[in-house]
Design a binder for this molecule. Sequence first.
Ligand code: BG6
Length: 484
Amino acid sequence: MVSRVIPVDDFDLVIFGGTGDLARRKILPGLYRRFCAGQMPDGARIIGAARTDYDTDGYRQFIREAIEEFSEKNDCGPERIDAFLHRLDYVAIDAKGTGGWPVLAQKVRRNVINAFYFSVGPSLFGDIAERLHAYDITDDDSRIVVEKPFGRDLASARQLNAVLAAHFDESQIYRIDHYLGKETVQNLMAVRFGNILFEPLWNAQFVDHIQITVAETVGVGGRGEYYDKSGAMRDMVQNHLMQLLCLIAMEPPSRFDPDAVRDEKLKVIRALEPVDLHHLVRGQYEADGDSPSYREEAGDPRSRTESFIAMRCHISNWRWAGTPFYLRTGKRMRARTSEIAVVFKDAPHSIFGADAGRHANVLSIRLQPNEGITLKVTIKEPGPGGMRLIDVPLDMSFADALGDEAEDIPDAYERLIMDVIRGNQTLFMRGDEVEAAWAWTDPVIESWERRHDVPKPYEQGSTGPEDAAVMMHRDGRRWREIKV
Ligand code: BG6
């Protein structure tokens, strides 16, 4: 199978923070891969803008090294790197002053799509937005892209939304949550709304519970300073896990278009019940041999920030009343696994008798690694000796099912940047969604801050603190295994 690449229109993409970590690791290698895939029109240009005093050649060299370091897949060869780098330009800019802005104003073309990626801390959003406007660089068709963290609570998110809204319409603002760009996350919508099979069962009557796990093996490493002010709740739950929860729980939108999808997601967030703290466990990883503890990495021996969180949530609406959603995420865990599992109820009555055993169907949607979908079904154990039931997986791994095409699946950033150029906001968060998510997480964070809550220690390479397992046992359930 040959993957279908739909070219986009000509564009100028300006990357503020063009020398930063995200630009080096994700944005530019991602654009390079889209270039290799033939998706970039001949006239498309990328303009890095940052404080460093590079000339264009210096910036091209800097990006060449980044691509060599971070783009191992779909590499289209040394000559093509040159051709790609030729698209790059650079402007040294002072985000808070006047330096560089007139030059940028001259470089950005008005007769093509123009997009501005704010790959900078949120404290600069206002300064940059203001100057783009003051120097007449943007117009009503320009697009801006902003990254998480989008605020650290409801008040700051509102403020950021207001700062951006002063110069841009909501239809111009692309708030990235890179989880929405992951192939399987979108596939989740295809599975739900492209098949008649699941939707009739997708409710409290047939679903026992849903588990969403995002386990990482990495620690906070060099990001300790940022992370210690965030913790797993702000860094992962408020955005990535919340988005997964929305997609799994939302009502079918009438169309796959930005506002129809985002309206439905927003309804889910607004229907979330306040979290009951008896069903929430926070953890922090301990030292392990040479591997430092969370507190050492965060540089604060008394830090109370969580590197793990497990919680039970409820959605108050007709579809989900009574069905628990269990969320779990953590760093330095046993394996890198992200999975959404829909655990169905047992069949209402077993005609085979108690000895045959009973097994619940489970639909597991794997985000990483080995992206794919597995449906666990019950069959008869082969052989004589009566009816004994066992589980077997109906397994669809993208790599097996799609062969080479799976290799070419663009990574989340590649897809999302191309969606910005196409002007498609479906996979981006709307301002009201982000605010609603903070409105739900704020009281929880405030409550443990008020009580000086101390996270439970957990071993590196484990599945988190014992209390997380106990929380599930109390409900008569167990977490899905995190397989190495
Ligand atoms: C980021 C978080 O948004 O997502 C990181 O800030 C986290 O802490 C990362 O490691 C996980 O992303 P992925 O794509 O590797 O699962």
